[in-house]
Design a protein around this ligand. Sequence first.
Ligand code: FMN
Length: 165
Amino acid sequence: MEKITLPKASVLTSPNPVTLVCTKKPDGTTNLATVSWWTYLSFNPGMIAYAMAKTSYSGEMVRQNKKVILTIPGEAIAKEVIGCGTSTGRTTDKIAKLGIAMQDLPDADIRVPLHSRVAIQCTLKEYHEAGDHYLYICNVDQVFGNENETAVFAWNGYGEIRPAK
Ligand SMILES: Cc1cc2nc3c(=O)[nH]c(=O)nc-3n(C[C@H](O)[C@H](O)[C@H](O)COP(=O)(O)O)c2cc1C
């Protein structure tokens, strides 16, 4: 084997998972941010975790509201997933700008994209500093799925969004 960097390793592990992290903004609307660094942590009780840059607006919102929904986007919004990962909700209404169709979930005041294969509704349990990111550890409240949507993944590291096959 040859010695490589961690970013290069993330290219070699592609396709990598991809989620849209959905949080509530102060005006009640939803912000969407693309996040590859997420994982299941525990099935019983249900727990997940994800890492976001300290500067992210989504991080600020989840630390404030303690509520977040992680969705696995469907193929129909592959292009929009890049858009949600290259602009910030601090200055942009991404849903309006990118024209993303949304839906409500029962008992949630955060909306999620209509084209979602999975939605994991969570409450923030704790967060920890991890280099230039915070690691958010969440309890899972409810989970929703739609087998008719095809999940997308991040290819070439994080440069391209498309299904696994
Ligand atoms: C494919 C892809 C994957 C990404 N994965 C992450 C990630 O795991 N963690 C992270 O902090 N940012 C990640 N980003 C970058 C964020 O989505 C980006 O910083 C975004 O502007 C944050 O939005 P916000 O400020 O509205 O929260 C990713 C971007 C793309 C395109």
